[in-house]
Design a protein around this ligand. Structure first.
Ligand SMILES: *Cc1c(COP(=O)(O)O)cnc(C)c1O
Length: 402
């Protein structure tokens, strides 16, 4: 059976009524025949049939043993971090999602959990950061917004040899684009708000574990801390998952065409997309991902906030908004939106230039999307200085190959 057939087969038909879509069990509690005698459910924080169906489907989708659904991506990340104790150390990817950085830096640090941020695209840096207290390696690949690629299998081998747990935030690739557990990771987390939900209508998170034991441990924290996903939102995720592979394949195809278009445009200085052979992580992405994903970032030759703001407010089909992964295309300016809280110096070190623009490619027609970008690029409404007159073609080539 091929993956998409298996996915649709994993969505159960309701045994009681034959309903082909998973019913929303909008209930807080379940009537018991006698104390402790029930039909498998007693209270919806602990377990709910709609959420359970979703959890089974995402476990299947990621090729893991246990799936767990949470009320946001950050709640899912938080549930994994509860495995740690005071004195434990974590090694994390240096351009980690801002909310995860805040959780480590402002919440877990005060409980004595210390994090070392390293460039995980370099295996040596990961190796050198490991100490006897390291308990967890935290990866994102591709990262946000410069789409850096880390070698999951190589880092998993290292983690296994040293008895360290490896968790991958797989939000950007989605389970249709990358399966970290099959590459040796122990845990996968998602902001299901993005590709898994896919329609920009729900905030949700999921965790999938390779082993039953790890799943049971995190399930304990799911129930003990309580940030569970509601039955209705669980239904919305199941509905989104039904078309996940199709959506991600189409979005990736469009993103590849858009990246190629931007790369040859004279007003674009740099394009970040793992599907481009010039991307430093291209070979690893090609080996470990099934698709290169629907996010493309780029820098205009006029690398300024003003030029970027003029551009992001000029597109017609790309709506200016945070988030990604939905069916409608979005455009964002990370320096003044998603990454605004990061100090300017740290932001630049992470490659988030003032003029960097991030696209989340949706399901509109590829040609329309390219024309939209073409029109926005050719509109001569750039305010202030002319477009980086000091840059000539040769410089642009240099930028691109770096
Ligand atoms: C959005 C996002 C999160 C946080 O998820 P929420 O659903 O917003 O809580 C975590 N990791 C990555 C990579 C994200 O893009």
């Amino acid at each position: 059976m091929k993956a998409t057939t298996k996915l649709l087969q994993s969505i159960p038909v309701d045994e009681l009524t034959g309903a082909i879509s998973v019913p929303i069990y909008q209930t807080s509690t379940f009537v018991q025949e006698a104390p402790g005698v029930n039909k498998g459910y007693d209270y919806s924080r602990t377990g709910n049939p709609t959420r359970q169906a979703l959890e089974n489907i995402v476990a299947e989708l990621e090729g893991g043993k246990v799936g767990l659904a949470f009320s946001s991506g950050l709640a899912a990340i938080d549930a994994v971090l509860r495995l740690l104790q005071s004195g434990d150390e974590v090694i994390a990817v240096d351009d980690i999602y801002g909310g995860a950085f805040r959780l480590f830096d402002k919440v877990y640090k005060k409980f004595g959990v210390n994090v070392t941020f390293v460039d995980t695209t370099d295996l040596t840096q990961v190796f050198n950061a490991i100490t006897p207290r390291t308990k967890l390696i935290w990866l994102e690949t591709p990262t946000n917004p410069t789409l850096k690629i880390s070698d999951i299998a190589a880092i998993a081998r290292l983690a296994q040899q040293l008895g360290v747990c490896l968790c991958v935030d797989n939000t950007f690739a989605s389970p249709a684009g990358q399966l970290p557990l099959s590459l040796g990771a122990d845990i996968v987390v998602h902001s299901a708000t993005k590709y898994i939900g896919g329609h920009s209508d729900v905030i949700a998170g999921v965790v999938v574990t390779r082993t039953q034991e790890l799943g049971d441990q995190i399930r304990f924290y799911q129930n003990a801390c309580g940030a569970v996903l509601s039955p209705f939102d669980s239904f919305l995720l199941i509905r989104g998952i039904e078309t996940l592979p199709l959506r991600v394949q189409a979005q990736s195809r469009s993103a590849q065409a858009i990246a190629a278009f931007l790369l040859q445009h004279p007003l674009v200085a740099h394009v970040y997309y793992p599907g481009l052979p010039s991307h430093p992580g291209h070979a690893i992405a090609a080996a470990q991902q099934q698709t290169f994903g629907g996010v493309v970032s780029f820098v205009l030759t006029d690398d300024s906030v003003e030029a970027a703001h003029a551009f992001v407010t000029r597109t017609r089909f790309f709506n200016l908004a945070e988030s990604l992964g939905g069916v409608k295309s979005l455009i964002a300016h990370p320096a003044t939106m998603t990454h605004a809280s990061i100090p300017a110096e740290r932001r630049r070190l992470a490659g988030v230039a003032d003029g960097l623009i991030r696209l989340s490619v949706g399901l509109e027609d590829t040609e329309d999307l390219i024309n939209d970008l073409q029109d926005a690029l050719s509109a001569s409404t750039y305010k202030g200085a002319p477009l980086a007159p000091q840059l000539n073609k040769q410089d642009i080539q240099w930028h691109r190959s770096n």
